[in-house]
Design a protein around this ligand. Sequence first.
Ligand SMILES: [Mn+2]
Length: 453
Amino acid sequence: MDAKRKVQALADMAAYVAKAIEKERGHIKVVSHFDCDGICAGAIIYKTLKYLDKDFDISFVKQLGKDEIVELSHEKNSMLILCDVGSGQLDMIKHYISKIPVVVLDHHPPQDCAWDKLYHLNPYFASIDGANEISGAGVTYVLARSLSVQSKKLIDLAIVGACGDVQYQNGEFSGVNRLLLEDAEYSGAIRCEKGLKLFGRYTKPIHKAIEYSTDPFIPDVSGNESAAVQFLSELGIAVVDRKGKWRRLCDLSKEEEKKLATVLVLENISEGGTAGDLIGTIYVLKNNYDIREFSSVLNACGRLEKPAEGLRICIGAGENIDKILHEYRKKIATAVFWAKKNRASFVVTKSATYVLAGGNIDENIIGTVVSILLKKDIKTEVVVGFGNAGREWVKVSTRAKPKADGVDLGAVIRKVVVKLGGESEGGGHANAAGAKIPKGSEMKFVEFAEEIL
Ligand SMILES: [Mn+2]
């Protein structure tokens, strides 16, 4: 079946789910995931239920576990809508919330479980690959279209959600996401341009875009404003125009952009990347944010535990994008600073550096922090970070240098985690993988990982 027919099949199922929502007159509780995809899904359903004039409220969860489900079961709602979560928790939902209709809009692998009050929309039922071809926001969008024609203009959020879930890979979307992108371009919700793929093309002064660049990470320039200004002036690129206004990447001449691109590409190749990482197609939203840039803003909202602020930003009611990014950078910088000062507490072996951060770096950012450390401060090919995740768990994030040969961190994580009674996250990749392990088992993790590495 081609993608178009699959989408049609999904839309047909959505029409059935939509009827249940249309009929509902009581209070609807919406619960969505707190990452970029979940925030986009939440914003899509929020706007759509507003169009329909429904009585509802929305909240976000880091995960949908037993505690969250039990808490929901005590609330007085007439209907529950779950976005970007739920398909993998059906048994538990059925057990605790069997009296009211439950709508699940999710793209994670579904449990084989159904009951008469469950309205379950999942791409799996339409032979669509939920890991790569559609996100939770995409599924929610398909449903929203069934509920209201006005929801058509929310299509850009379906794309941003997919981007946040890393379904935009090597500069491309596939399957349903690609169809959504074509629709979004056609309707003008997203425009497509070619150029240097640096964040802040329209939204930041060029020296700020350079300063904040982590891909590529420019040694002695990234993270340093005056060095960024110097870097540009050495290239003969003025940071202010004739009227004294800050210039943005979009204000540069083609020649200037080319000059800058050449230097950045060389830098990126020396880090193990390719020219294609930095030059190519850019998808720009109506608010002038690149979709990748906007999805990183929403991910920052999640990691700062401010998903509701992310929703406000999505619906154009939050003007605090810069404030959020500033706060996020500060949080990351504080954590990196801690790691640099507490190097003595790391376990360093021939194969890896183990950053035992405990309560000093939280689970939301440990992955980002170890990625930054690996670029400059860590000599080994592999880094493993441990940060507390609640009272009982520790989040483990592993990263390998792009040049690291023969290392498959996904496989390492899966093997070690089974022995410790933890849970690996997603599939895991050769260069990056994460998991949760029981608190106190960090040194056991080091021991088992060393045997494999
Ligand atoms: Mn998702």
